[in-house]
Design a protein. Structure first.
Length: 303
């Protein structure tokens, strides 16, 4: 299902570049291993390499801008970051404004297993992109995913050995179960509008993509699980089950927040600490009391 001979990337197109103090933000497109192009933001610090790098995948109700401000903060700390747009969610915005035919087509796309697989492979191609920059320390590549992004990160942990550590936020261990029972808007939409036979096929195919089948094979890569105490969609038992199945080294932390991790600065600081400890064995250079940190955090709240 995920078998693919990774080839060299034939470059990537830079749509636009924004120069900031100490780093550049590139709006880029690169070729998907399946078909079409992948849209992403690529943050590159001005420092000389090799530098650590992080790939971000947003939740189902987000997009590549979800972690934009976090990437800015990491750029000031010398991290290259790649914020990828998920294939399986393209075009599902403003569904209520569409006609019935277009609406049905979009729901079908959202339940297209090949799109889910393509998203995982697009992330793998993102690893290749980072390695070919000539500025990334190939032994220091991380992945951060939230919600569905974390679910696909769980898959990657078992099939992608070029990533050293994974941070999975509000991650689903069994996306198939979520689609059948959860009140998450995406699940409700697909469950409510797909014909029964089509939905049954979707679930049976999706079970093969459940993260529980992959996280047990993550070692030697490490996994940091971040879960919310007040998660509306992921129960503590589900979260603990995913954690217990995962291979070591691993860590789990709980936060007083919701599924979206709204206004949870502690989770952000813990992610930075985790990355620095994994890559350098040292605590974060990002000090909570620093002027720069306070300025960026204020900006992050407005993102």
């Amino acid at each position: 299902m995920f078998e693919y001979k990774e080839e060299k990337l034939s470059g990537f197109a830079v749509v636009k570049t924004i120069t900031k103090d100490g780093y550049h933000i590139n709006d880029v497109k690169y070729e998907s291993p399946f078909k079409g192009e992948v849209s992403a933001y690529l943050f590159i610090p001005d420092q000389l390499g090799p530098l650590p790098a992080v790939i971000y995948m947003h939740p189902s109700q987000g997009d590549r801008k979800t972690f934009f401000c976090e990437a800015q903060m990491l750029a000031t700390q010398g991290y290259i970051t790649l914020l990828i747009e998920a294939q399986y969610l393209r075009g599902n915005k403003q569904l209520e404004l569409r006609g019935k035919k277009e609406f049905t087509k979009t729901i079908e796309e959202m339940a297209n297993i090949q799109k889910y697989i393509q998203t995982v492979m697009d992330i793998k191609r993102g690893v290749t992109l980072l390695r070919e920059l000539g500025k990334v320390d190939e032994s220091k590549i991380a992945f951060v995913g939230q919600g569905m992004g974390a679910a696909w990160g769980g898959i990657l942990s078992g099939i992608e050995n070029r990533i050293k550590t994974f941070i999975l936020i509000s991650g689903y261990g069994q996306v198939s179960e979520m689609q059948m029972t959860s009140e998450h808007p995406l699940a409700v939409l697909i469950r409510g509008f797909l014909p029964p036979e089509r939905f049954e096929f979707f679930i049976s195919s999706l079970k093969k993509l459940d993260a529980i089948h992959y996280v047990k094979n993550a070692s030697p890569a490490s996994i940091f699980f971040q879960f919310a105490e007040n998660d509306e969609y992921i129960g503590r038992n589900h979260a603990n089950s995913l954690y217990s199945i995962a291979s070591s080294p691993k860590k789990i932390s709980w936060y007083d927040t919701n599924h979206e991790f709204s206004d949870c600065e502690d989770a952000f600081y813990d992610r930075i600490e985790w990355l620095n400890m994994q890559f350098s064995g040292q605590k974060s250079k990002l000090l909570k009391e620093s002027t720069l940190t306070k300025k960026l955090l204020l900006k992050r709240k407005s993102c």
